[in-house]
Design a binder for this molecule. Structure first.
Ligand SMILES: O=P(O)(O)OC[C@H]1O[C@](O)(CO)[C@@H](O)[C@@H]1O
Length: 542
């Protein structure tokens, strides 16, 4: 594609240009390399990117029909071609009941609104205390059993919105297949006041059903045979499986097959979050997601936040050869955002074949990592400052903190801003020499330390600034990253909505479990290392 050739030529011409030089050459750069949507502000001026590169990226977006592909996503086109499905997570936060999105000739909007109405009634009942357990006690404790997309979005949002939790409500998220998390939670909750949620789109994930089996026995031992029908609800796209497991009809919440797990927090999968923050705050959360959806669908690309962030990712990955993306939220409660993004981004775009099955022609999703920024500074940021890996960074800076003192929030924001500066500017030999002289080091010591202490800098970063981590802005940010992923997938012409690669390990685990449990010998076809490890593990468990 000619656009790629042009872009690579621009990248080559940028060569060793310092980002700081781009500021000196363009006093308006800050204003021109920014996008603002309401009070969510993206500053991307600290990227190694000039007007030619941006123009080239916008032309690439046109060349891959990004506008048509976005319209297709929202209108129910079969964007998930390998599973022959639309991906209509945006419908989960549609706020116009009169909207129309047809799939196979059926308008899905009435169904979505009917499901949401049921969810609202259930959450309202919980809020009002009309939801009672078999002993008649008010249910005020929630335990969500789910993994991956049936956990990560809701648990991250619940942590991030700890300041919006309704008083008297306690929520736990259990995802681990080893049962340790469940045991820890069951040791603390009162069965008579606890509502369990089995959240599983497929209603077949062994991690979740291992936990659900233990929960059922624990519950029935304490509350008797009616316990499951009263204390357990389920979320899935499989109503028959929910009924077969013993979930009462009015405790079944459906999600469409056309909502991907990692895109499902705005569907019924968000129930644990809604029960924790209340329906009105959950509606604010959905409104924030919808606001970003409309922006993505309507805004011209040069002022379209997900498009700009998606194209920046492509620029760095495919033209400037970066190998990683780091996301640093500067709010401790928001610290699980990177873990949520790891599934969203890497399970979506961790692909090496195009939609038609042919090999991709350019590298696709890089590794994504992250942590609360304040802590990352004392951990892996050393590698980002002086290591050999070329990465890009997103800084997420809420102006108002979630709970610390004013002074601590000042410290946190100053550090976030300073890390972006330090990554951009670095410190060369001249500057480092002056600093060490000022510190009174001897010339011999300076000469010895100089190579160790200089920092190359020129690391590109985006900074997202917003008033605070509240339901609305969190919704906007989650939808922003969902759409950032989609933009990249369109440029790379890959399907971001399937995840075939996760199946093999699960199948192999099924083949090994009897041997691990000592019920059988390791299957003959198993490699010698795995067979030997099974035998050693069994010895250690005797
Ligand atoms: O919601 P389910 O069907 O239990 O699946 C849980 C998770 O497992 C995966 O299929 C990966 O194994 C994810 O895509 C999904 O979010």
């Amino acid at each position: 594609m000619a656009q790629w050739t042009r872009l690579r030529a621009v990248a080559a011409s940028l060569g060793e240009t310092r980002i700081s030089t781009l500021f000196r050459h363009d006093p308006e750069r800050v204003g021109r390399y920014a996008v603002t949507l309401d009070d969510l502000h993206l500053d991307y001026s600290k990227h190694l990117l000039d007007d030619d590169a941006r123009r080239g990226l916008l032309q690439l977006a046109e060349a891959v029909d990004l506008r048509q592909r976005i319209d297709g996503l929202f209108s129910g086109a079969e964007v998930n071609n390998t599973e022959r499905r639309p991906a209509l997570h945006t419908l989960m936060r549609e706020c116009d009941p009169g909207a129309k999105v047809e799939v196979d000739g059926v308008n899905l909007v009435p169904t979505v609104f009917a499901q949401r109405q049921r969810l609202q009634e259930f959450v309202t009942g919980f809020e009002r205390g009309t939801l009672r357990g078999v002993t008649g006690k008010r249910l005020d404790t929630v335990v969500n059993l789910g993994v991956g997309g049936s956990d990560l979005g809701a648990v991250m949002a619940s942590h991030a919105l700890a300041g919006y939790h309704r008083p008297g409500v306690t929520t736990h998220f259990v995802s681990g297949m080893d049962g340790v998390q469940l045991a820890d939670v069951l040791a603390t909750v009162d069965p008579a006041r606890t509502l369990f949620i089995i959240s599983s789109k497929s209603f077949s994930t062994p991690d979740t059903f291992g936990n659900a089996q233990v929960m059922r026995r624990w519950l029935e031992d304490r509350l008797g045979p009616r316990a499951v029908a009263v204390h357990v609800v389920a979320i899935s796209s499989k109503p028959e499986a929910m009924t077969a497991w013993g979930i009462a009809d009015d405790h079944q919440f459906l999600m469409g097959e056309w909502v991907g797990g990692r895109y499902s927090v705005s569907s019924a999968v968000g129930l644990p979050l809604a029960l924790t923050i209340g329906w009105s705050q959950f509606s604010e959360f959905l409104a924030g997601m919808h606001r970003m959806d409309r922006h993505f669908r309507e805004a011209p690309f040069e002022q379209n936040m997900p498009v700009i962030m998606g194209l920046l990712a492509v620029w760095h990955r495919n033209c400037l050869d970066t190998h990683g993306h780091v996301v640093l939220p500067y709010d401790h409660r928001f610290g699980r955002f990177p873990a949520y993004l790891q599934q969203l981004d890497m399970e979506s775009n961790g692909k090496s074949v195009r939609r038609d099955g042919s090999p991709v022609s350019v590298p696709t999703a890089p590794l994504l990592l992250g942590e609360f920024g304040g802590n990352a500074q004392h951990s892996f940021l050393q590698l980002i400052h002086q290591g050999m890996e070329r990465v890009t960074v997103d800084f997420l800076l809420p102006a108002q903190g979630s709970g610390g003192s004013e002074g601590q929030q000042d410290l946190t924001l100053a550090n976030g801003l300073a890390q972006a500066q330090a990554l951009m500017e670095g410190r060369d030999e001249a500057a480092m020499t002056v600093a060490m002289q000022a510190a009174g080091l001897s010339p011999e010591r300076i000469e010895a330390l100089l190579p160790h202490r200089t920092q190359p800098g020129n690391v590109s970063s985006s900074t997202l600034v917003f008033p605070r981590v509240d339901p609305h802005h969190l919704g906007m940010l989650m939808a922003l990253y969902e759409h950032r992923v989609f933009v990249q997938s369109v440029v790379w012409d890959i399907n971001p909505f399937d995840q075939w690669g996760v199946e093999l390990g699960k199948l192999m685990a099924d083949d090994l479990i009897d041997a691990v449990a000592g019920r059988a010998e390791p299957p003959a076809e198993v490699d010698a290392s795995t067979a030997a490890l099974i035998r050693r593990l069994r010895r250690y468990r005797e």
